[in-house]
Design a protein around this ligand. Structure first.
Ligand code: NAD
Length: 356
């Protein structure tokens, strides 16, 4: 439920709690040049630099700026933070005496950073290159033997986040679209979350408006740094929403389907969002009003058009999902639903999945 009434006024009839993480956020073109100073600011002497191959140019520059404080480099983070990968990175930590992690990349690199912090308590300086939002959250999902387990601990929230839009210029259009839709989903679900506050409503509304206006600009001019900066800033707000509110049916479906079929994170979010909005919005009038204002039109139609224009897979079938298993997924979801504005039955979830 939104913390505001349908006409947008704060609802003071219930108590809300807001927990702010102690995070320092730098943002703007050239911010990545400050990463070595930011690492030094944490008191670090020996830095483990984690970076995906897609960020190798930026990583090279950061390595040079770190100079003698670079303890080691690790360039193979993997989606869903496999424990086997973390174990390899931990060997480097032990061997080199690293006391800080700098991670450059998408949610996979940042997941590894959190996993290392969980095991060592080391400070984290993270440089996101997608819009996934993990940098803003206290959540770590790790996989071992095909099973994903998630923990939430404020101490896992990276202490320093560096947003440099220049690092997003290289995102291909498919990743740009789907990663931005992933961010959009955080903000949309925050608007109907049971623990929404005036603060998260404001962030989520600004995030939705910012993503819906800047994503088409970025898709039209992928190397326009100003449009990229606007999209990245909106995604930052959306990531903060993910951290501050409990997610509902959309994220539950993404977690359950992603886990069951090992699906690409951002593409899955992209195809789920409009159908879930269509299902939930009749039961979330305050969220619907905010989304309609932010979209300037029917928000389901706007989100659906953005999703359908993706040049990669847009249906579960195209992702190779065995549809005969969807009934079982629907039952699992309905048996233990995440908090959702509209109560759901297995039949309803199955019907929803049928359309994706
Ligand atoms: P990702 O980090 O796996 O990156 C996807 C691909 O894009 C990779 O091949 C990567 O090398 C490439 N890439 C990244 N940035 C690029 C750039 N600027 N230019 C070109 N290529 C680039 O994917 P993601 O969507 O960022 O993150 C997904 C992962 O993050 C999942 O494991 C998900 O569970 C996790 N996640 C966790 C949280 C959380 O709060 N714990 C939140 C969101 C996502």
């Amino acid at each position: 439920m939104s913390s505001t009434t349908d006409d947008g006024r704060p609802d003071h009839t219930r108590v809300t709690v807001h927990q702010f993480p102690a995070t320092r956020v730098l943002s703007g073109r050239g911010a990545c040049d400050l990463v070595a100073d930011e690492a030094a600011r944490t008191g670090a002497r020996r830095v483990l630099l984690v970076a995906t191959l897609s960020a190798s140019v930026a990583a090279e520059a950061v390595a040079e700026a770190l100079g003698p404080h670079l303890a080691a480099r690790f360039d193979r983070p993997a989606p869903h933070t496999p424990v086997s990968v973390t174990t390899k990175a931990m060997e480097l930590v032990h061997r080199t005496g690293a006391d800080c992690v700098v991670a450059i990349g998408g949610g996979s690199a940042i997941g590894l950073s959190k996993a290392l912090a969980a095991r060592t308590g080391m400070p984290q300086v993270v440089v996101p290159t997608t819009y996934a939002g993990s940098e803003a959250t206290p959540v770590l999902g790790e996989t071992e033997n095909g099973v994903k387990s998630t923990r939430r601990d404020l101490a896992l929230t990276p202490g320093t986040v560096v947003y440099d839009p220049d690092l997003t210029l290289s995102m291909p259009s498919g990743l740009t679209r789907t990663s931005a839709m992933n961010a959009l989903a955080h903000a949309v679900e925050a608007l109907w979350a049971p623990d929404a506050t005036l603060f998260t409503d404001a962030l989520a509304t600004e995030a939705v408006g910012g993503i819906l206006s800047s994503l088409p600009e970025v898709l039209a001019s992928p190397t326009d740094p100003d449009a990229r900066a606007r999209l990245q800033s909106a995604a930052w707000l959306a990531g903060t929403c993910l951290a501050q509110t409990r997610m509902g049916l959309h994220h539950q479906l993404a977690h359950v389907l992603g886990g069951a079929f090992d699906l690409p994170h951002a593409e899955l979010h992209t195809m789920l969002l409009a159908p879930v909005m269509e299902f939930n919005l009749p039961a979330a009038p305050a969220a619907a009003a905010r989304l309609t204002r932010a979209a300037g039109a029917d928000p389901v139609a706007v989100v659906s058009a953005l999703a359908r224009a993706h040049e990669g897979p847009t249906t579960l079938r195209e992702l190779g999902v065995d549809r005969s298993r969807l009934r079982g997924i629907a039952e699992r979801v309905a048996d233990a639903p995440y908090p959702n504005p509209r109560p759901l039955t297995a039949d309803e979830v199955a019907r929803l999945l049928d359309r994706i």
